[in-house]
Design a protein around this ligand. Structure first.
Ligand code: X2X
Length: 486
C-alpha cells in the first residue's frame, strides 16, 4: 500500500518534470495540437513535442507516444514488428509502420494514412486513435489546430448478436445480390467472425413486399440493407429525385449527386428516420423492354401494359407517356412476364441479364430514363449498439463492396472505366463484359433513341416535373442541378 503510494508520487513528480500531467483512464482530458508546432496542450498545460504534427492525405499525424499517454492509454512499441500498441480500458489497438490496416481487438480497420517514421520519430493518425477510443475530434482549419476531447472512460466490452439481418430485394445471382453478399463476407472477415450479417434475398423478411424495407430498417426490425432507392421513395420523398424522367443522364452526374449537397440532404432525410447510409450502390439506368414491338416514340406505348414498382411516380410517368402501368412486386413480376399478364417492364441491364429477359421480351429501348441507386445502410437502432471500431470495420466493408458492385453493374456500359476498376482493384474479370451485346446476342432487338426521339419522351413527361418537384422539394432539385453544373 505504502509502496504503491510512493510509486504514484514518483510518477507524478516525473510527469511534472516532463511537463505531462498523467491522465488515467477514467479522467476527462482535452488535448490541443497545431500543425507544424511543437507546442501542445494537455488540459491547458503546455507540453513540448519532439516532432510537430503534420498533415498527409488530409489526415493529421502526431507523435505516437504523446497522444497515447495524453489520452491515458498504456503505450508500447514493438521494434521487431515496427508496431505501436495502445491499451485503453478493454481496448487493444495496434498500428504498424507503413500499413493502412489497424487492428482493434482483433478487428481490421482501414486507415487513410499509414503510421510512419519522421526523422526518427513515429507518428500516427490522431483522428483514428481518438475516435477509436470514443473521443471527439475537432479541426479548426483557420488555426490548423486539432482538439481532442475524451471523457477518459474506457469503452465497455461489446457483445454481438449471433446474426444480423440484411434486406435485399433481388436474388444472390444479381450483381446487386453479389454486392450484398460481398459486404457481409468482408464484414465477417474484417471482424474475425464477430459480426455475422445474413442477407435475406428476394425481400424474404418482408414477404416479398419490397417497398416496405425503409419502414422495417427504420424501426430496427431489420438491421442492414442493400436496396433500391425506388423501393424507399414512397416514404422518403426526396429519393424521387433519381426517378425524375430524363433528369440524371450520365454516370458522372449520378456520382456527383450522390457525393454532392443534394445527396447529403437525401442521406440526412433518411437518417432523421433512423436509416444510416454507409455507401451508395447501384441498380443502374433503367431500360424499357416489351414483347410486342420496338418503341421509339411515346405513342408506341399506347395500349401496352407495363409492370412498374409500386411507388407512385412510376405510374405517373407511364400514364404521361400514354401507357398502362401495373404496380407489382419483383417477386410476382417474372411470373407476369412469363404468363404475358403484362406486355413490358423497365429494369437495368444488371437485372435484365440474370432474369434472362430475352425469354419473355424481344424488344428493348435504351432510354435510360431514370437511375436507380442502392442504399447500403444500417438501422440506427443497430448502429448505436456498436463501438467505433466495429462501425469502422462495417463502413470500410460497405464502401469496398459498393465500389465493386457499382463497377460490376456498370461494366461495359461506361467504356472501360468499370471493367478496369474490376480488373485492377478487385482482380475480377467477369465472364460477360459487354452486357448490352450479350442481350442483343440472345435475339433482343435493341433500339437506341436519336436525340430527336429522346426529346419526344422528355416533352411527354414534363407534367411529372410539375407534380413531383414540389413533393421532392424545390431545394433538393436546385441543389442537384448545382451538383451537376446545370
Ligand atoms: O422491382 C424492381 O424492378 C427492382 C428489382 O429493380 C427493384 O427492386 C427496384
Amino acid at each position: 500500500m505504502k509502496k504503491a503510494l510512493i510509486m504514484l508520487l514518483v510518477v507524478a513528480l516525473l510527469a511534472g518534470v516532463f511537463g505531462l500531467a498523467p491522465v488515467r483512464a477514467g479522467e476527462g482530458v482535452t488535448i490541443q495540437m497545431t500543425i507544424g508546432s511543437t507546442k501542445a496542450y494537455v488540459n491547458s498545460k503546455e507540453v513540448i513535442l519532439d516532432q510537430p504534427p503534420i498533415i498527409e492525405n488530409s489526415r493529421t499525424l502526431v507523435p505516437f507516444r504523446f497522444i497515447g499517454e495524453a489520452i491515458g492509454a498504456q503505450v508500447s512499441w514493438d521494434a521487431s514488428k515496427k508496431a505501436v500498441g495502445y491499451v485503453f480500458g478493454d481496448m487493444n489497438i495496434t498500428l504498424t509502420i507503413g500499413s493502412t490496416t489497424a487492428i482493434v481487438n482483433g478487428v481490421k480497420n482501414k486507415l487513410d494514412v499509414a503510421p510512419k517514421i519522421l526523422s526518427g520519430r513515429t507518428v500516427v493518425p490522431v483522428r483514428f486513435i481518438s475516435e477509436t477510443i470514443g473521443a471527439k475530434v475537432d479541426w479548426n482549419g483557420k488555426t490548423r489546430m486539432v482538439t481532442i476531447t475524451s471523457s477518459g472512460k474506457p469503452v465497455l466490452s461489446f457483445k454481438s448478436k449471433a446474426e444480423y439481418t440484411m434486406q435485399v430485394n433481388v436474388g444472390p445471382a444479381f450483381g446487386w445480390g453479389m454486392g450484398a453478399q460481398k459486404w457481409a463476407d468482408l464484414v465477417k472477415e474484417n471482424t474475425g467472425g464477430l459480426i455475422n450479417i445474413k442477407p435475406y434475398f428476394g425481400s424474404a423478411l418482408l414477404a416479398g413486399k419490397q417497398t416496405n424495407w425503409f419502414q422495417a430498417v427504420s424501426e430496427g426490425s431489420i438491421d442492414f440493407v442493400m436496396d433500391s432507392t425506388i423501393n424507399a421513395s414512397a416514404v422518403i420523398k426526396s429519393l424521387n429525385l433519381f426517378s425524375l424522367p430524363f433528369f440524371i443522364n450520365t454516370y458522372e452526374n449520378v456520382d456527383k449527386i450522390e457525393n454532392g449537397n443534394s445527396g447529403k440532404q437525401i442521406v440526412s432525410d433518411m437518417e432523421k428516420l433512423g436509416v444510416i447510409t454507409l455507401a451508395w450502390g447501384e441498380n443502374g439506368f433503367r431500360q424499357l423492354t416489351n414483347s410486342k414491338k420496338p418503341i421509339t416514340k411515346p405513342s408506341d406505348m399506347n395500349g401496352l401494359k407495363f409492370r412498374v414498382v409500386g411507388t407512385p411516380i412510376f405510374v405517373d410517368i407511364f400514364h404521361a407517356l400514354g401507357a398502362d402501368a401495373v404496380s407489382m412486386n419483383w417477386g410476382d413480376a417474372v411470373t407476369a412476364f412469363q404468363q404475358g399478364a403484362v406486355d413490358g417492364q423497365e429494369n437495368p441491364y444488371g437485372v435484365l441479364l440474370p432474369v434472362k429477359i430475352w425469354e419473355y421480351h424481344k424488344y428493348l429501348s435504351n432510354w435510360s430514363y431514370v437511375i436507380d441507386p442502392l442504399i447500403v445502410g444500417v438501422s440506427k437502432t443497430t448502429w448505436d449498439t456498436f463501438p467505433n471500431y466495429i462501425k469502422k470495420a462495417i463502413q470500410d466493408a460497405a464502401i469496398e463492396a459498393a465500389e465493386w458492385e457499382k463497377a460490376y453493374v456498370r461494366r461495359g456500359l461506361d467504356g472501360f472505366t468499370s471493367i478496369n476498376i474490376l480488373k485492377n482493384k478487385f482482380n475480377d474479370v467477369p465472364e460477360v463484359l459487354d452486357q448490352m451485346g450479350y442481350v442483343r446476342h440472345q435475339g433482343v432487338q435493341i433500339v437506341d433513341l436519336t436525340p430527336e426521339q429522346r426529346q419526344a419522351f422528355i416533352d411527354a413527361t414534363k407534367s411529372v416535373y410539375d407534380k413531383w418537384i414540389p413533393i421532392i422539394g424545390q431545394n433538393i432539385y436546385d441543389l442537384a442541378k448545382k451538383d451537376i453544373g446545370q
